[in-house]
Write a protein that binds this ligand. Structure first.
Ligand SMILES: Nc1ncnc2c1ncn2[C@@H]1O[C@H](COP(=O)(O)OP(=O)(O)OP(=O)(O)O)[C@@H](O)[C@H]1O
Length: 343
């Protein structure tokens, strides 16, 4: 759907050059909710603004549905942009226009007839849950409602791609959740491909199936959200994962466990994907003559499945414990590590 090859953006200000986006190559599939995460200054905003050429690339190519965006002339670009909606952090609404008039604006520019325009605006208002607010001005709306107008406006020309530039960063956690739910709805109902940038891992966790991590203009890691979460390779990704999981896996935590729970085997189970639903612990206790205590852990859910770590203590006969461990390693995809054997 979207193919990005060697994308670069260098800004020159006061004779100093800043490489905001540095040789980014990615491909994004139709229907993906693709998250780009990074700390402030990583280059996320520049990256997303390059995709519709709100910023002109210094180098590289962008293809959207086989059309080379980077090769388009100004007037061709205007048409191509109708296929790429964009939602902004600070909404960018027209304050002197009502909700209805804001959403109608891109349709007026595209020359859509009044009757069709009105119909489309009304169905967008229903889609984003703003029925009854048609004649309201943006200043009379809450942040979440303003962003709903922003989303409806971005969808007005029936784009196949929606770019979200920190769309929930100005909102409180509850409103963030409702806007993220709306984006998932839109993705499912309209089959829209969504690219969103954020500095919050919980946004990625809640709605993305793919993620790219940016640092110093480069994509340092990317792939399926679960894979990247479960096996983070770079320090920056590890820090983001820790934002969600806390430091449940920190070394000093397990030292503490080893000393506190002196009997039986101490085991770390690492769950990735659907296996967390399989009632593994109760199956083990029923099938083998052992006891299991859950000592510590955290499991979190992502759009692509669950993952997390659980520290358990197994007590009982050595042979039974060995059989239970074999069951986990041979019959499930849960990763198991014995961190201390029987005393
Ligand atoms: N118009 C500009 N002129 C000069 N430098 C710029 C310009 N826009 C961005 N930069 C620089 O490019 C780098 C990346 O900025 P960008 O805004 O893309 O990062 P970001 O990851 O989106 O950060 P934030 O979340 O704080 O917006 C920064 O070093 C920034 O100072």
């Amino acid at each position: 759907m979207i193919s990005i090859e060697g994308l670069r953006k260098v800004f020159t200000a006061n004779k100093t050059e800043t490489t905001a986006v540095d040789d980014v190559t990615l491909s994004i599939k139709q229907g993906d909710i693709f998250g780009v995460i990074g700390y402030s200054g990583a280059g996320k905003s520049t990256f997303v603004r390059l995709l519709n050429r709100l910023e002109e690339p210094t180098g590289g190519k962008i293809f959207i549905r086989n059309q080379e965006i980077t090769a388009l002339k100004k007037n061709e670009l205007r048409l191509a942009r109708q296929d790429i909606g964009m939602v902004f952090q600070h909404f960018n609404l027209l304050w002197s226009r009502t909700v209805k008039e804001n959403i109608a604006f891109p349709l007026e520019i595209a020359g859509v007839e009044k009757e069709e325009r009105n119909q489309r605006v009304q169905s967008l208002i229903d889609l984003v849950g703003l029925s009854g607010k048609e004649a309201t001005y943006p200043s009379q709306l809450s942040g979440g409602q303003k962003q709903r107008v922003g989303i409806a406006r971005a969808l007005a020309n029936k784009p196949s791609v929606l770019l979200c530039d920190e769309a929930t960063s100005a909102l409180d956690p509850e409103t963030t959740n409702s806007i993220l739910d709306l984006l998932v709805d839109i993705n499912q109902q309209l089959g829209l491909t969504i690219i969103l940038i954020t500095h919050e891992m919980r946004v990625i966790r809640k709605i993305c199936n793919q993620v790219a991590v940016m640092e110093n203009g480069k994509v340092v890691e990317h792939g399926n959200v679960l894979d990247v979460f479960a096996h983070p390779k770079t320090d920056v990704t590890k820090k983001f994962v820790q934002q969600l999981m806390g430091d449940a896996e920190a070394e000093n935590e397990f030292e503490h466990l080893v000393h506190t729970f002196e009997n039986g085997k101490l085991i770390r189970l690492h769950f990735v994907g659907e296996t967390t639903n399989d009632a593994l612990i109760s199956k083990l206790v029923k099938a083998y003559d052992i006891d299991i205590s859950i000592l510590q852990g955290k499991i979190t859910r992502t759009q692509a499945g669950a993952y997390g770590t659980l520290f358990i203590q197994m007590t009982g006969e050595e042979l039974e414990i060995t059989k239970a461990i074999q069951h986990v390693t041979e019959k499930t995809s849960v990763e198991l590590e014995v961190i201390r054997g029987v005393r």
